[in-house]
Design a protein around this ligand. Sequence first.
Ligand code: SF4
Ligand code: SF4
Ligand code: FES
Length: 550
Amino acid sequence: MADGAVNLTIDGMPVSAPPGTLLIEAAKQAGVLVPHYCYHPGLPVAGLCRMCLVEVEKAPKLQIACATPVAEGMVVHTQSAQAKSARMGVLELLLINHPLDCPICDQAGECELQDFTFQEGRPATRYSPDYAKRFNPVEDFGPDVLYVPNRCILCTRCVRFMEDVTKEPVLNVSERGDRAYIGIHPEARLDHPWAGNVVDLCPVGSLLSKDFLHKARAWELDKTASVCTGCSQGCNVTLDTRDNVVVRVRPRPNLLVNRYFICDHGRMNYRWMNRGDRIEAPLVKRGGGELQAVDWDEALERTAGVLRGAGGRAVTLASPRMSTEALFLARELCAGLDWTGAVQIVMGEEAPLAGVPNLALRPERAPNGTGAELLGYGRDYAAALQAAESAAVVVVLDEPEVTIRTSGALIYLGYGRDYAAALQAAESAAVVVVLDEPEVTIRTSGALIYLGTVLPEGARNADVVLPIANVAEEEGTFVNRDGRVQRYFQAKPAPGMARPAWWVLAELLRTLGRGESLAEAGAAFDRLARSVERFAGLSYASIGAVGAKP
Ligand code: SF4
Ligand code: SF4
Ligand code: FES
């Protein structure tokens, strides 16, 4: 037992918890989930649904586990006949007016009302089939939130979130008794930048996301732990995929980064992961100028041939949306050269979540600017562009709407933005590497090597095209603004022969005789941690699911 801890027994299991711990949380230590609706660990306690009633020996009546702190020697029974009967009664009352909507409700399959009714509700109703259930029409609460009052169990999680977490109290409980419903201020909309969290918080299908409406049933979804790419906060998320298409992004709890929440910008930032116009095989230019599909060996050999013998100055222009591993290996590609690296980051407005310290949609709308910085990439993009003018090698990692002129070779991987000046500078480079730019126009009198997810019209004159995976199709790490290294996992397969950028770059290095093949992202990260002091002491395994700081 821990020092200073309170010792008690829950369902016969000894439990030790810090003073002040609520019974509902202490029970989790004993592997017991006490049924509950109004309680949520990220919200102030309300104690109003009475679904968490448990028996505490020597107490005169049942206690609510969400508002009762642990006490020394307490003996708690969550499964006693008295406790179960009381909870069965609570469920019966909640179901009086609840419609039989499960077949058409988005929450079905992940609904706490379904789950607890199945677990300990009455097998059948005692109400007459002629009883007319309460009916209220669906309301449009905001840009992405619908309210279905008939399904509401009035737990007030949504009201408390808006009041205590966003500090924008636009929701309330209107009317009283069996007429009560969740009301919204007549002149307000649920359009706070973090408002979408009410959909996740609602334990039933009363608050729905318009974006996800009727897209999938819960049991059809595969869930993958990932990290939001929307800004430098690095919120932990779950990617929900149906038939290998990302259909929903939800928060994944991480008390050190985003607690239980994500902002609406991050929630909607997934459609690009499903682009269908992808490069599916390595392509090389044949004699007639046509691009022809080849295997990876031939494509890598051709690429290495372009890189061999390059000398002098090298510039890497990188997207801050590339994995730490790809940024590291792209730097390694220029080892031995006079190297300059820079990232260009799109900026926006900050949108804090007032009730949670150190949580905001950050102005830096990219997930890995800090990772790039730790690896030696600077933020003085203009200077890097200038340096590129006299460079022997220019590596561009991920930039859209780019036009690249170079007398050298161009290697392209990634996504992009406004690289006009860099492109001009690249005209005098011997080699240009671009990491994925879908709207790129590239003119070069030298060799052009293109690594990307999609092939822009302007890159169709490339000598070699190497297809890479996007963030939903690979494993890797990002470093958030606080220096926390966080892993994201593969949610769906990459199309055709596309491979993660870290694999492509590692194979290029191997072909150039500068390193071994890497079989997995973890090996790429561990190579990085061994080589870069700022990552010393970290290993891919030790980062785990919630991240770690070097
Ligand atoms: S809408 Fe959902 S979260 Fe809000 S009170 Fe009703 S059941 Fe609870
Ligand atoms: S705050 Fe940033 S990282 Fe978090 S969900 Fe929003 S965009 Fe994504
Ligand atoms: S969860 Fe305890 S009263 Fe609602």
